[in-house]
Write a protein that binds this ligand. Structure first.
Ligand SMILES: Nc1ncnc2c1ncn2[C@@H]1O[C@H](COP(=O)(O)OP(=O)(O)OP(=O)(O)O)[C@@H](O)[C@H]1O
Ligand SMILES: [Mg+2]
Length: 296
């Protein structure tokens, strides 16, 4: 269930790591609505994980105001962790314990009912590995275990820091489906990513973050419509020679050159092309998103 009730409100949030001279995040302001997937999209070092760590209560010395589920973060006691699920950027399991023992151990932290570990392991294809020590797990297996740990107590709010990072496409797809399923159950999800495809597909709204600052915040669709040009690429054969032209989509019905090509040549293909979130990110922030090659 999606509505406009704010689940999180962040105003003028700044944070400087001890011994650092520069702010890791600077004057952030955004709101996450109940039931939405809110993306924090930015390149490496932008401040995504720092923001998540602040929001989950790990950094006490921030400046600014944070309200989560209607309560100032500073006034939340330990019960906060019964309501939120966290997927950290790097897995931190007990390596000498098995996968199922890890999940059972983490279940003891909560004062609310927790889910059957085997059911969770099955969701990410780890049922056969439930009894194996985590030290024998591959990186992707540790990531999947890390992800389901955030779902153990069926929390209302999920904080997911790059949950598909380092996963093969099939496992990444599965994790994305689980994230969408959580949203369909009414959960609110704060998702950090450097992957524009994930942001585009999963997020209701996205905030761009670069060098500790957020700029545009809107739905991926609006961001692309407002900031990117849509084009039409046409390939045709003129006197037996293949040629290609690109035209802006706006006003194409009155573009005489385009219409003439349609009338007088043999068409080979015609494609519309939208701006990508990456194009928009560069336009708005002047920075590139990294790791453009990973498509998961
Ligand atoms: N423990 C730390 N001590 C000092 N500076 C830090 C620490 N952790 C992060 N930083 C700095 O804070 C800034 C933001 O880092 P952060 O980890 O939040 O980036 P990120 O957007 O999550 O990047 P990535 O995509 O690589 O995970 C960077 O300049 C980083 O060097
Ligand atoms: Mg990070």
């Amino acid at each position: 269930m999606k509505n406009d009730t704010a689940m999180m409100q962040v105003n003028n949030l700044s944070y400087t790591y001890p011994k650092s001279k520069i702010q890791a995040v600077s004057n952030l302001g955004f709101e996450v609505r109940q039931g939405e997937i809110f993306g924090f999209l930015g390149p490496s070092g932008a401040g995504k994980s720092t923001t998540q760590k602040i929001l989950i209560g790990l950094m006490g010395t921030y400046q600014g105001d944070i309200s989560i589920m209607g309560k100032n973060l500073k006034y939340w006691a330990h019960s906060y962790y019964d309501h939120i699920g966290v997927c950290f950027e790097l897995p931190n399991h007990y390596l000498k314990l098995s996968a199922v023992e890890n999940l059972k151990f983490f279940s003891t932290f909560y004062n609310v009912p927790t889910r059957n570990p085997l059911e969770l392991l099955k969701m990410v294809g780890l049922e056969e590995d439930a009894g194996k020590k985590v030290e024998s797990f591959s990186k992707g297996m540790k990531m999947r275990l890390n992800f389901i740990r955030s779902l153990l107590h069926d929390p209302q709010v999920l904080f997911l820091d790059e949950p598909t990072s380092g996963l093969d496409p099939v496992n990444a797809r599965n994790i994305k489906n689980i994230i969408l399923e959580q949203k369909s159950k009414g959960k609110t999800i704060f998702l950090t990513t450097h992957n524009m495809h994930d942001a585009d597909e999963l997020c209701d709204r996205v905030a761009f973050i670069a060098e500790g600052k957020t700029s545009a915040i809107d739905s991926p669709k609006q961001l692309k419509l407002q900031n990117g040009k849509r084009t039409v690429r046409i390939e045709y054969s003129k006197n037996g020679v293949a040629e290609q032209k690109i035209y802006e989509m706006n006003g194409i019905g009155n573009n005489s050159e385009f219409l003439e090509i349609l009338r007088n040549n043999h068409l080979i293909s015609i494609h519309s092309e939208e701006a990508t979130l990456d194009d928009v990110f560069i336009k708005v922030t002047g920075k590139r998103l990294n790791h453009q090659t990973d498509n998961n």
